[in-house]
Design a protein. Structure first.
Length: 448
């Protein structure tokens, strides 16, 4: 039998940071939304890892992200959501959204007429009607003369029968048209057509009543449009782009500080900044980080436990908000696919915050560059107040790595443990332990 220790192709493929080992536990304890489609899966007692593989095989990345939102270990889930927001920022940096101006609402657009429907650019000049009619009459008389010659060449008896029949028909036509026969009517119709053809060049359409009514209607519509726009602009709150962008970046900084050191102070910072911009991915991410802490009053004397499912609901809503975000070069399904694989990397321990902590450079600042344009203000990643990250938090995280080096985290993170839950999923978090260090310890002891 081959040495199993040499078969390492399965390394980093197990979801060691899932809170609940099975789908049933995720539904019952994590309040994962249970639809009728997955009832059979629950009854078959499918494991969480197999369920994620099943969703991947179906390319149902949206549902996969939803399941991860309710099952991932909270601190790892915040890191996952943070990575997704940073990826969205990277997208929008490459292809920024161009918002439509209010002034353009209802504005008339140029009519693109296809070539086949366009009027000819050069039109011939009006012709002399009398000359054309004279030409037509000459042509008519010549044609009638030629016709009479052909009639004279046929049998006299046939000609006589034809003339009698024609005369009967002509008499009936003359009775209805004041003595005019068929040939007279044909001649008059041709002359009328010549006269009407020439009138196209004589009528001045620009000053016609129809065109005047059209211009008056367009003027009234434009006036009403401008009045409506002024009403809308006066009703909408004034948007402070500088303050809005600063809040977004501060929210990302607060979340990163919380990931590095998830204590009461950083959780409260996420709560404060999240409530300033909850309608943005950055603000909702900060609120999710606050809910993941497990205590709704982090600086209070009493613990107010976060309701079960609140964090999962918030994270699932954040994924949808980012998938539908404007700008960028990805569609909804592409984004969900990207976020699903981000979550898989986090769940297996492949992705964590240790590298950015070593560089002392938050990923969102690294993506946006050393200098960040936010409205009228320009910030640098060296500005600690702007990043909402202080040296105290970084030092505390570094100290925890030294203090907890002897702690055996493998049994706490193993999916086969009695609780089946990572140790850091308690309502109130103990001093932070580096996920990178924990994963290394776990893999070295379990798979060495």
């Amino acid at each position: 039998m081959d040495n199993v220790s040499n078969q390492l192709n399965w390394m980093n493929k197990h979801f060691v940071l899932l809170t609940y080992p099975s789908v049933r536990e995720t539904v019952e304890n994590g309040l994962y939304p249970c639809s009728s489609d997955i009832e059979d899966i629950i009854n078959r007692k499918l494991s969480s890892e197999d369920y994620l593989g099943f969703l991947e095989s179906k390319e149902d990345y949206k549902e996969g992200c939803c399941f991860l939102a309710y099952n991932l270990h909270h601190r790892a889930a915040v890191w996952w959501a943070y990575r997704c927001v940073v990826d969205l920022l990277k997208e929008q940096k490459k292809a920024p959204h161009q918002p439509r101006k209010i002034e353009d609402i209802g504005k008339p657009r140029p009519l693109n007429v296809p070539d086949f429907a366009k009027m000819p650019e050069q039109v011939s000049e009006p012709f002399n009607v009398e000359e054309r009619i004279s030409e037509f009459r000459s042509f008519r008389d010549k044609a009638m003369a030629e016709h009479q010659e052909r009639l004279n060449s046929i049998d006299p008896k046939v000609k006589e029968a034809f003339n009698e029949a024609l005369e009967i028909l002509q008499n009936e036509v003359r009775k209805k048209h004041d003595g005019l026969d068929l040939f007279d009517l044909l001649s008059l119709s041709c002359e009328k057509a010549i006269r009407q053809q020439n009138m196209d060049y004589i009528v001045e359409t620009e000053n016609s009543p129809l065109m005047q009514a059209k211009r008056e209607l367009e003027s009234n519509l434009e006036k009403m449009r401008k009045e409506t726009i002024e009403t809308v602009k006066s009703s909408l709150p004034k948007v402070d782009i500088k303050s809005q962008n600063k809040n977004k970046m501060t929210a990302l900084g607060a979340v990163y500080s919380y990931i590095v050191s998830p204590d009461e102070e950083n959780a409260n910072k996420c709560y404060v900044i999240g409530n300033k911009c909850p309608d943005t991915p950055e603000g909702l991410l900060a609120l999710c980080a606050f809910w993941s802490f497990g205590d709704l009053m982090p600086l209070g004397k009493n613990i107010v436990k976060t309701p079960t499912g609140l964090f999962g609901n918030g994270l699932n809503s954040l994924m949808l908000m980012m998938a539908l975000a404007q700008g960028g070069d990805k569609k909804l399904k592409e984004r969900y696919k990207t976020y699903f694989y981000f979550g898989s990397e986090v769940a297996t321990g492949l992705s964590n915050w240790s590298k950015s902590l070593e560089k002392k450079l938050p990923p969102h600042v690294e993506v946006l560059g050393a200098g960040i344009e936010t409205g009228e203000a320009r910030y640098s990643h060296q500005d600690r107040d702007f990043l909402n990250i202080d040296e105290k938090a970084l030092k505390k995280a570094a100290d925890n790595l030294d203090n907890d080096a002897s702690v055996d985290t493998a049994s706490k993170m193993s999916p086969t443990s009695d609780e089946g839950t990572p140790s850091m999923a308690e309502p109130r978090l103990s001093p932070p332990v580096s996920v990178d260090e924990a994963i290394k310890n776990y893999l070295s002891k379990r798979f060495k």
